[in-house]
Design a protein around this ligand. Structure first.
Ligand SMILES: [Fe+2]
Ligand SMILES: [Fe+2]
Length: 193
């Protein structure tokens, strides 16, 4: 359904489970960045009322996710660390079109967001089906559903506003690129690590 080229090895969930403090900290920051991305799209596309409305909802939802994760960190007596670098996302940023027109940059930004939602959703599914902690497994299942919905929204807007851009071709390029990229991950206790 998500079109991903490569599934995460479930052993990654065991790595993650061994350091819940670290994965939860990294995860909280992923949610904050997702909210920031939605706000970025609002700032740059004020003339699109449907996009602004939907991105407002997504920004709020992502900050609710952030708070939920932060609450779990506090409940468990963990320490919420500083923002973690997300090497995977930084590699995706590099794949965004260079010297793009405003329209190309907009569509690529939507596809970039759809890509991250798709992989995050898949990682949450792997966590929810593999970790022994029942409360967290249920939590990750709920988030998986929410991020799948966001994935659909971003891809939907990319298709709607594609104009002259061949969005299906570009989305395929994103999926191919990500499918190769993800081969070097799956070894760290971070959401995309
Ligand atoms: Fe989220
Ligand atoms: Fe999301």
């Amino acid at each position: 359904m998500l079109g991903l080229k490569l599934a995460t090895d479930p052993r990654w969930a065991n790595i993650a489970e061994q350091n819940l403090e670290e994965i939860l900290t990294d995860h909280a920051w992923c949610e904050q960045k997702a909210a920031s991305n939605a706000i970025y799209l609002i700032i740059n596309n004020a003339e699109l009322p449907d996009l602004v409305s939907t991105m407002s909802e997504i920004a709020i939802e992502e900050m609710q996710h952030f708070k939920m994760v932060h609450d779990i960190i506090l409940e468990r007596g963990y320490e919420f660390g500083r923002e973690r670098k997300d090497d995977y996302v930084n590699q995706l940023v590099k794949f965004c079109k260079k010297n793009a027109t405003r329209e190309e940059a907009f569509i690529d930004r939507l596809l970039f967001a759809a890509m991250i939602e798709a992989r995050s959703c898949e990682r949450f599914r792997v966590l929810s089906t593999n970790i022994k902690d029942e409360k967290l497994a249920k939590f990750y299942h709920e988030l998986m559903v929410s991020e799948a919905n966001h994935y659909t929204v971003f891809l939907g807007f990319a298709r709607k506003y594609a104009g002259e851009i061949d969005v299906e071709k570009r989305w395929k390029e994103w999926l191919d690129f990500e499918g190769e990229l993800i081969k070097s991950y799956g070894t760290k206790e971070t959401i995309h690590g």
